[in-house]
Write a protein that binds this ligand. Sequence first.
Ligand code: DX5
Ligand code: ZN
Length: 221
Amino acid sequence: MESIKIAPSILSADFSRLKDEIQTVEAAGADWLHIDVMDGHFVPNITVGPVVVESVRKVTKMPLDVHLMITDPDKYAPEFIKAGADWVSIHPNTTKKLSESLQKIRELGAKAAIAVNPDIAIENVEGSFPDIDMILMMTVFPGFAGQAFIADVLPQIEKVRSKIEKEKLPILIEADGGIKADNINLVVRAGAEVIVSGSGIFKTVSYSDTIRRMRQAVGQS
Ligand code: DX5
Ligand code: ZN
């Protein structure tokens, strides 16, 4: 496997100093920036929209990894791509024609991903593999930062990894939720390579120490 990518989630950043937080985490060695979009319908929480993504785009060179937890991704994904999203993840049950939704994301120039909740069997989403560039494995139920990691997802990640290896599929595996320096080895060992961490980075004193510890924990320092 190539080097892991660390994708801090801005949901746990100090929004009153967002530019500063983003630039600090970028200088600390983060690879991607994960942006959690919640609409108060698909999940109870409300976070940010395209306007914020557009502003974030101006202050960092990191790829923007936009995770849509919204009921109408078909309507809004184009706006997020226009605002600067490089990666767009959608939850399969939020669209009637998943394949078309994913193709549309690609047509608009972004990479497409599906986000799989902890209670969804991989077999139920495998049909989308030709349409995706990444599969986002949720290790918490979507909605809030700072939740406890669900280890039951690990065998599912292993299953996806072996399918990808066996069939040589050009799909990245991302893991998202409750990941910190002390458990990152579990998801990486299971096969994840893009690692989202919100509170695990932004709620620590030194982002560079934390990211260094994360890479060390998986033998990639
Ligand atoms: C959960 C979000 C996650 C979350 C990550 O709905 O998709 O990206 O904010 O935050 P931590 O790492 O604190 O669980
Ligand atoms: Zn997320």
